[in-house]
Design a protein around this ligand. Structure first.
Ligand SMILES: *[C@@H]1O[C@H](CO)[C@@H](O)[C@H](O)[C@H]1NC(C)=O
Ligand SMILES: *[C@@H]1O[C@H](CO)[C@@H](O)[C@H](O)[C@H]1NC(C)=O
Length: 250
């Protein structure tokens, strides 16, 4: 009796107790896909869903969305569901700032069952209230945002401090979404960089293509300058190889 008995009891407890401890309770996430064009994302967008999915063990719940505003309309592509890879984190990115087209993305990965339960965009869409932005008389851009292709794009005066007319297509895939989005409008960014080079939004992947030439390209010289160092570097490499060849032949 005594310690020996206690030890064997402990051993039995570990032996038979461990499996029931290891089997985790089921893990659930809210599930859904949203793709819409709205005028007032703060009030009109309802991010709730009745659907729930059961996740594999070790999963996270995710809720992710991409919002692009051009003119009076905002495109919203959003997803909720299980995700097997990642880390617990909240990511908020303003890819292209006002004035002009505004692009914002949000993604949250969380560890509790049904934690992907955001209901609206009240805190997310912090976009400056559409204050009567002063428009400049010299720049007009075709303006639209549409799932698929724009059926029409009226030419609208641009806000001050916008520099070009953006015209691009975004292929949006992942998280159950597979959609094309067309965006046209005034912007303060230059080139085909509405996403500012960051193309993932949680499980969503965005491919940005600008098939049309932008109307204004005031930064052309900068682009050329960016090529110069690469060119010089190549030249140096060539010289180095040449020197080595000369060296070898001796
Ligand atoms: C959002 O939709 C859900 C279910 O469709 C509904 O119960 C809820 O009241 C809606 N919320 C708002 C703010 O409209
Ligand atoms: C906007 O641009 C117009 C035309 O160039 C100019 O008259 C106006 O003062 C500008 N407004 C602001 C707030 O800069």
């Amino acid at each position: 009796m005594g310690t020996g008995h206690v030890q064997s009891l402990l051993f039995l407890l570990l032996l038979f107790g461990a499996p029931s401890l290891a089997s985790e309770p089921d893990f659930y996430c809210h599930k859904g896909i949203w793709m819409s064009i709205v005028k007032d994302p703060k009030r009109m967008f309802n991010w709730t869903t009745d659907k729930v999915e059961t996740c594999d063990s070790g999963s996270f719940c995710q809720e992710s969305l991409l919002m692009i505003k051009s003119g009076a309309k905002t495109a919203i592509l959003a997803t909720k569901g299980c995700i097997s890879e990642g880390t617990q984190a909240i990511t908020y990115i303003q890819h292209s700032p006002p004035p002009g087209i505004i692009t914002v993305s949000y993604s949250s990965y969380c560890e509790e069952s049904l934690c992907n339960s955001k209901e609206n965009l009240l805190q997310l869409w912090r976009e400056e209230e559409p204050q009567a932005a002063s428009t400049s008389a010299h720049l007009y851009c075709p303006t639209c945002v549409a799932l698929g292709a724009c059926s029409n794009a009226p030419s609208l005066p641009c806000p001050n401090d916008t520099v070009q007319c953006y015209q691009g297509r975004l292929q949006i895939t992942g998280g159950g979404i597979n959609s094309l989005l067309e965006v046209k409008g005034c912007t303060s960014i230059t080139g085909c960089r509405l996403m500012s080079g960051i193309f993932t939004v949680g499980p969503i992947w965005v491919e940005e293509v600008c098939p049309y030439r932008s109307v204004l390209q005031p930064r052309k010289i900068e682009n050329r300058a960016a090529w110069l160092p690469v060119y010089i570097w190549r030249l140096e490499l060539a010289l180095l190889l040449l020197l080595q060849l000369v060296h070898c032949s001796w």
